[in-house]
Design a protein around this ligand. Structure first.
Ligand SMILES: [Zn+2]
Length: 330
């Protein structure tokens, strides 16, 4: 845990729940991260031990920090905005039907404001407040992780739409009758450009007769081959099919994002999540295909940015979500 010197100012807690880790941060109204931590969790146990553990920790923190105004939680799926119940989460299936905010509320009391939204929404708020899209009024943030998420900011405000999910870029269809997606449909963007899709597609290449020796070696020698390790292999240029795969992933992203830019006239698209560490390996394909899709000549200038806040973008955005809820809190 990182601890910084506390200032006497209004604060909020942001939490980002992923499939394997929970990240949280205590953030000041000025955007300074005062504490941050990461917990591993095993979602399939369905006993919410990690959430109970965090509740206890926050209970002590709130006694020490009475000026914490609330908690903003990001979950990887669609959420009932009134109850906080997770309705659909292909990458956190065993938590569906539970209100995580309800667990915190029971432990911490009803007077504390606890808000829940989609994790990519918080990621976008974080990047817009303190990260790559500071000062940009209209932008989309796309997170390339286990799944693919999207958070949309229009006129400087998070676009929440009418229903229980919005900006689900990962489930935009890019290929008719294409690869199966975790959501049960076929041909979604997520089935091509998520971290898991990257590793899956690379494994399929192994079945080709002409697969490079470097790729065969990679899968036979790696203990737990993941997207990060695979991207490192691409850096060596010893497995040209992986470089081609990344360029193809850039193509699908570019096609999807070009359509969104045409629709909304965005000024920037921020690429975040685990795979954004390999941004330089698929950026060219992305930009090329995005620009081919974009109708307006002026919109060719849309900025394609790598996220700047790293793995704590979500928690920072969670705190911003709380501050926004209170309309500034000055
Ligand atoms: Zn899907």
């Amino acid at each position: 845990m990182t601890v910084k010197k506390m200032k006497n100012t209004i604060k909020a807690i942001g939490i980002d729940v992923g499939g394997t880790h929970i990240r949280w941060a205590l953030v000041s109204r000025e955007g300074e991260v005062l504490r941050q931590d990461i917990l591993c969790h095993r979602e399939e146990n369905r006993d919410f031990q990690s959430v109970h553990r965090l509740s206890k920790e926050f209970s002590l923190l709130l006694r020490e920090q009475p000026d914490v105004r609330g908690i903003g939680i990001g979950l990887p799926g669609s959420i009932d905005p009134k109850t906080g119940v997770l309705l659909k989460a292909p990458n956190l299936p065993s938590w569906v039907g539970t209100s995580i905010s309800g667990i915190f509320q029971r432990q911490l009391g009803n007077s504390l404001t606890i808000l829940t939204t989609n994790d990519a929404n918080l990621y976008a708020l974080g990047e817009g407040w303190q990260g790559a899209a500071q000062g940009v009024p209209h932008f989309l943030c796309v997170t390339l992780g286990t799944g693919v998420g999207g958070g949309l900011v229009l006129n400087g405000k998070l676009w929440e739409g009418k229903w229980d999910s919005v900006a689900e870029v990962g489930h935009m269809g890019v290929v008719v009758e294409g690869r199966p997606c975790a959501c049960g449909r076929r041909g979604c963007l997520e089935a091509y450009v998520s971290c898991s899709a990257f590793v899956e597609q690379a494994r399929e290449i192994l079945e080709w007769e002409g697969a490079s020796p470097a790729l065969r070696r990679f899968f036979s020698e790696s203990f737990m081959p993941g997207s990060k390790e695979l991207a490192q292999l691409a850096e060596t240029k010893e497995a040209p099919e992986i470089q081609e795969l990344l360029s193809n992933m850039g193509k699908y992203l570019g096609i999807a994002l070009g359509g969104i830019v045409n629709l909304l006239g965005l000024e920037a698209v921020v690429i975040g999540g685990g795979l954004s560490g390999s941004f330089h390996l698929f950026k060219d394909g992305l930009v090329k295909h995005l620009k081919e899709q974009v109708f307006s000549e002026k919109a060719q200038n849309v900025a394609i940015l790598k996220a700047a806040l790293g793995q704590f973008a979500g928690p920072i955005g969670g705190a911003k979500w709380v501050f926004d809820h209170f309309g500034g809190l000055d």
